[in-house]
Design a protein around this ligand. Sequence first.
Ligand code: FAD
Length: 445
Amino acid sequence: MNPNIPQTDRKRVVIVGAGFGGLKLARNLSSRKEFQVVLINKQNYHEFQPLYYQVATAGLEANSILFPLRAVFGNCKNVHIRVTNVTGVRTADKAIDTELGPITYDYLVMATGADTNFFNQQNIIEKALPMKSVSEAIALRNRMLQNFEDALSVETLDEREGLMDVVVVGGGPTGVELCGTLAEMRKTVLPKDYPELDFKMMDIYLIESGAELLGPMSVQSQEHSLKYLQGLGVNVRLNTRVKDFDGRIVTMNDGSTLRTNNLIWAAGVKANPLAGLPAEVIGRGGRVSVNRYSQVLGFTDVFAIGDVAMMAEEKWPNGHPQIAQPAIQQGKHLAKNFIHWIHNEQPKEFTYRDLGTMATIGRGLAVVDLPFLKFQGFFAWLTWLFVHLMSIVGVKNRLSIFLNWMANYVTYSNSLRLIIRPKLPKGDVTAMKEKLSDQLEVSKT
Ligand SMILES: Cc1cc2nc3c(=O)[nH]c(=O)nc-3n(C[C@H](O)[C@H](O)[C@H](O)COP(=O)(O)OP(=O)(O)OC[C@H]3O[C@@H](n4cnc5c(N)ncnc54)[C@H](O)[C@@H]3O)c2cc1C
């Protein structure tokens, strides 16, 4: 019971999940003497999810977007970090079960985020590549690097297409940003005129079931993102749904097919509630229904914040968007309410302040929707860069990620460059080019 967590007379707040919401809450309670904070996470680091796509395309190293939890809290003795998987909650016992043993709580906060939603499509679950954790982003990068290596040696155009072409499903910010970076990578990072492999053969497809990209954004942003992606050579297919994927062929709802081994799934998320809650509090997309104080309906000591929570406001009848800002704001607000409760003061209802949405497309372009202003292009990209840097924990981390990013930006240095084999002697080059152009001719006929 309570793996080495000291017993004190402070109220114990157990926070499950060190994402945007859980981390904010833990930081804001860390200096309060009234509480003992227990922060539980599956990994010993916080992951900055909005930059997964940079890791997947080898623009940033994984450690640039991972922040060790114990470094975030320094010497703070009031925060007890345990790295384990929480398997369920027993509300009657005021305890959660973890792989380290049970932990009791006075207050429990679920900040467990969301997972990829494959909508129960078994073939896609087995064969598609998700990007909902840093390990999945690294797996994606490794797959792409290996594909380029393998493409050097295959005999047929069909095999080469299968290895090099990429189909991304989902025209939300993740799909749009990933396609933009893949296209930019094809244009700037991968070697031009490389004799053994023509990177122009790499086709990138973005499949979106809706009528526009970036669904919740303004029409200007939707139109600009489409224009920017098409300008970078991404094949965007709107009003199209991926129906099946057997590891080689992607089949769409209109019967058309695409040949690729690489289907990247960015088409939705489902919330990650803890097992053991009453079924009636679990709503659409697995989100846990909470009131405006983040209390799970029917409980005064169990809370949910961020992607896992469904809090309806007049302006947001179906809950807040599953993005970083609601999670951060709810974490901050709940910390204040805990202080109100413990001092027998009136807690305050949460109101989401929509600070706007943005997405970047390649190097130097973005679309930004602020509540009173919408703009696109390079200035939007600078805004996107500034906002993302400011969301990163700690000034040192911000500086380090900025320098790392800029170094890559300016020099186009990238591990993809290093991985490509050295050039062939001249004679072989001519033979290879002839072989490639023959194959291209065949494929066109
Ligand atoms: C690829 C990608 C790009 C994105 N881009 C943007 C963007 O540009 N802007 C934006 O605002 N949002 C973006 N988002 C969404 C944003 O990252 C999420 O909305 C945000 O992370 C939600 O925060 P959270 O605190 O609710 O949960 P999360 O940040 O998901 O954190 C949940 C934490 O809980 C832990 N956990 C879960 N279950 C358990 C368990 N049983 N036991 C122990 N630990 C557990 C997880 O390991 C994780 O650390 C993006 C998301 C992805 C995947």
